[in-house]
Design a protein around this ligand. Structure first.
Ligand code: HEM
Length: 141
């Protein structure tokens, strides 16, 4: 076997390995990372706090704190480099007696904020899918 054939035998598998190890972009990176999440939840939290039906729940809850916790939690859920270490969902919603209808009002506000910030319909839905299971840790408690 010639030297060039031997080199080719080593290089082809290496090149293929390189192809297969290209990392897929996370949803977090795809939407523009932390900056986008901060804008989305900045907009959403303002609307939540002033909403006639659910605003009252948030009296006395520091706005900035809630925004930052939501950003970190969603960042973690969509593959970002964050670790949510705030209160558990059960712990923070227990005793509030939040109704299912009120849960959907909040989700719609978050969805509207994502749309206004320029996320695609598909990106919106992928994020909402991650938030959906939290429903049962927030309502009727
Ligand atoms: C997908 C839905 C929801 C998510 C992802 C979510 C997430 C969170 C997070 C991350 C916190 C901060 C916990 C901490 O301080 O460490 C929080 C607190 C809170 N949430 Fe939610 N939540 C949801 C639904 C709701 C709904 C529907 C309401 C009321 C209508 C609500 C009312 C509150 C209140 C009042 C607090 C502050 C509790 C406190 O500090 O004592 N949440 N939520």
């Amino acid at each position: 076997m010639t030297n060039s054939k031997i080199i080719a035998l080593f290089l082809i598998p290496l090149a293929l390995l390189g192809c297969s190890s290209t990392t897929e972009q996370s949803l977090y990176d795809e939407i523009g990372g932390h900056k986008t999440l901060e804008t989305v939840y900045g907009v959403a939290v303002t609307r939540i706090y002033t909403h006639p039906d659910i605003g009252h729940y948030f009296k006395g809850v520091p706005k900035r704190h809630l925004r930052d916790q939501l950003v970190t939690q969603t960042c973690e859920l969509i593959g970002g480099p964050c670790e949510y270490d705030g209160k558990s969902m059960l712990e923070s919603h227990q005793g509030l007696d939040i109704k299912e209808r009120e849960f959907y009002i909040l989700v719609e506000i978050v969805q509207g904020a994502m749309r206004d910030v320029g996320l695609t319909y598909q990106q919106e839905n992928r994020i909402l899918q991650k938030l959906a299971p939290i429903k049962y840790e927030t309502i009727n408690l």
